[in-house]
Design a protein around this ligand. Sequence first.
Ligand SMILES: [Zn+2]
Length: 76
Amino acid sequence: MSDTDLAADPTAAFRSFVERLDADPQAGLILAKFEHGHEPDNWGWCRHPLHTLTNHRERHPCSTTQLVTAIRAAGP
Ligand SMILES: [Zn+2]
């Protein structure tokens, strides 16, 4: 599937990303670094500084945590 086709099909793009990541021997480390710091504070908000820098606070699990969870669940 070409990159143009992937852009028109988000599900195929996600699957392609998961397959490419899974082929990387460092996949586990990459996901661990991606989700590092995305933990809840005492009020249930994600405490990662990214949310403060972008002025976009999110409840935990935030979209990043949910994405990592989805990637792990979709892994072959
Ligand atoms: Zn977060």
